[in-house]
Design a protein around this ligand. Structure first.
Ligand code: ZN
Length: 276
């Protein structure tokens, strides 16, 4: 083999080995088969630290504005549902029970809810009030958001972007240009609250979230209702949550299939009296 070919092969194979070494599975499959391999370049610690910072900022701002946990009954309702969902997370990942989960409600008209990496949840009163959510529908929304955190979708997206930057940096280095640095601060907020999740991530969060709610004793068909309700209100103005969680035509059909699949888990949970 000539030196030139060897050099070119190394150029191709090294990044390939590097990528394979970065591949991981964030969760077990569950009944919905959610064990896709993901490329992770950014560390979980970096993501969580970034999330903790961003979360503290959001809470401090809400506190200053007098909008943080203003209604104890609503806060307790949301926290009770979160607790039931979180209790089911070991099905997908055993470490999640040890996370520092936090659940807060902000009084704001926006139709939104999110869960930052590491289990930092905010539900806005706007989504509860304007969609008149039942407990099951609220469980569907929170289950979906929790699933983004369990699957570490924000970290995966930050990694994809870091990979692109690496490509840019490598090209820049080859061309003798100045290297572009990656900015880690603020990535948790950017990839959880700012940029839209991909269709693949949305489907995955729907699947894992629907299984979580069924296991927690909530009728999984309520997950179908919530996105129907969301579409109904999006005629006048697009709900904030849809800007980061793009809905697609096949979503409701897919949710129906998944609801049917996990329905026996709901029946089992009911028999066990899990909802009591
Ligand atoms: Zn989503």
């Amino acid at each position: 083999m000539s030196k030139k070919i060897f050099y070119r092969l190394t150029l191709i194979l090294f990044p390939l080995f590097f990528l394979v070494s970065c591949m991981t599975t964030t969760t077990a499959a569950g009944n919905v088969g959610a064990d896709r391999k993901q490329v992770m370049l950014v560390s979980e610690e970096e993501m969580n630290e970034s999330a903790n910072q961003a979360y503290a900022e959001v809470l401090a701002e809400a506190k200053k504005a007098g909008t943080l946990n203003t209604n104890q009954a609503t806060l307790q309702r949301v926290q009770k549902i979160a607790k039931r969902l979180i209790a089911q997370t070991p099905v997908f990942r055993e470490d999640a029970l040890g996370w520092d989960w936090q659940v807060n409600v902000i009084k704001e008209d926006t139709i939104n809810a999110w869960c930052m990496p590491g289990g930092k949840i905010v539900v806005y009163t706007g989504i509860i009030d304007s969609l008149n959510l039942t407990d099951g529908e609220l469980a569907a929304v929170m289950g979906h958001e929790i699933s983004h955190a369990l699957k570490e979708h924000s970290r995966e997206r930050a990694s994809q972007s870091a990979l692109q930057n690496l490509g840019v940096a490598a090209t820049a280095a080859l061309l003798g240009l100045k290297e572009t640095g990656t900015q880690l601060l603020g990535i948790a907020a950017e990839y959880t609250l700012g940029l839209p999740f991909s269709r693949k991530h949305e489907t995955e969060a729907d699947h894992v979230g629907t299984e979580l709610m069924a296991r927690a004793g909530y009728d999984p068909y309520e997950a179908v209702n919530i996105w129907k309700k969301m579409e109904a209100v999006s005629g006048s103005s697009v709900p904030e949550i849809l800007s980061t969680h793009p809905s697609h035509q096949s979503r409701i059909n897919d949710l129906q299939v998944i609801a049917e699949k996990v329905y026996p888990l709901y029946q089992e949970a009911q028999k066990k009296g899990i909802a009591k």
